[in-house]
Each structure stands twice: as structure tokens, then as C-alpha cells.
Design a protein around this ligand. Sequence first.
Ligand code: IMP
Ligand code: MG
Length: 189
Amino acid sequence: MTHTKNYCGIAEDVGEVLIDEESIQRRVKELGAQISAEYAGKSPILVCILKGACLFHADLIRATPIDVFMDFIAVGSYGASTQSSGEVRILKDLDESPEGKDVILVEDILDTGLTLNYLISYIKSRHPNSLKVATLLSKPARRVVDVQVDYLGFEIPDQFVVGYGLDYAQRYRNLPYVAVLKTANQSSK
Ligand code: IMP
Ligand code: MG
């Protein structure tokens, strides 16, 4: 099933919808409710890992009706490839110091784990009061380093996906659902 009829020029590249819009929204609301309950009386900073997590982050903070703050961090991306280089570098640092704060890192997808592993060490080195991790998606089959996830949206199989913030060569981030990228998954098999 494809949902691309209203999106011009992408039907060729975007394949099967893995997680539809309604399922994403339902799960994000559950995660927000869980965070609200666990952080009641606290003021956590939800740190969006740009750019991929931007849609998830925007929906998650709206689903978290407690006193939250938001911040943004950007790391080096895959460029136009679907393979991780294993190299992580910070392109944009946090605006506010996380020292003494309750931090939740918000990521789009946990793949090899290299990005989150690096960012967890980096934030910890800046002495937060606590640090937890939320990720919309996880591909356990691809893991190279173990990463503890506190709030997980969905586990998915080892396929390259786009939509809901996730891109291929900076495209398809605006799709409201998560779909398999036809071309990448065909060429890697
Ligand atoms: P990791 O460091 O290998 O865990 O990679 C995490 C980053 O790789 C994510 O933040 C995404 O930007 C990117 N990534 C991994 N898998 C996918 C995918 O299937 N689609 C789009 N981006 C992906
Ligand atoms: Mg990303």
C-alpha cells in the first residue's frame, strides 16, 4: 500500500508504508503521557537531534503537558548515502548548558547506535542531573554499539525508511508516515 497520491513526483521512490500517520500519532501520545507521568514536578529539556527528529520532537513536546524546555543539537549526517560512515561530529551545539538539568535526547531512528552513543557520552560529560533517550524508530538488526533506550516508538526491520522527518538525500522528510525507500532497499540487496 502506498499513500503518495497527494505528493507530486515521489511515487516512484517511496514504497510500502511501514507505519501510518494514525499509528505514529497514537504512539507519540502514549510516549508523551509516559514522560509526563515520569517527570511530573520536573522541567525536563527535550533535545531534538536535527534534522531527522524534528517532526517527532514537535509532536512529542505537544503530547507532554508538563513544564518542558526544548533545545536542539545537530550532528553530521549520512549525506546522500544510506550507509553510516561511523563518524559523528557536532554541527550545532546546545543553546543552553545541560548541567544539573533533566535531559531527554530525542532521536528519529536508532540504527548502528553510533550517533546516540556519541551524544550520550557528550551530554554526560556536561553533567546533567539525569539523561534519558527517546527514539521514534529502532532497527535492532543493525546495532554496532549497545544503546539504552527509555522511550521507543517502534522497532522496524532492516530496511531504509523515509518520512516523518527521516530523509534520503534531504528528501521525503515531509511525509506524515514512515515508508520504505524503494530505490535504496533494492540497490542494497
Ligand atoms: P546510527 O548512528 O547508525 O544509529 O544512525 C542514526 C542516524 O542515521 C539517524 O539519526 C538517521 O539520520 C540515519 N538513519 C539511519 N537509518 C535510517 C533510515 O532508515 N532512514 C533515514 N535515516 C536513517
Ligand atoms: Mg538523524
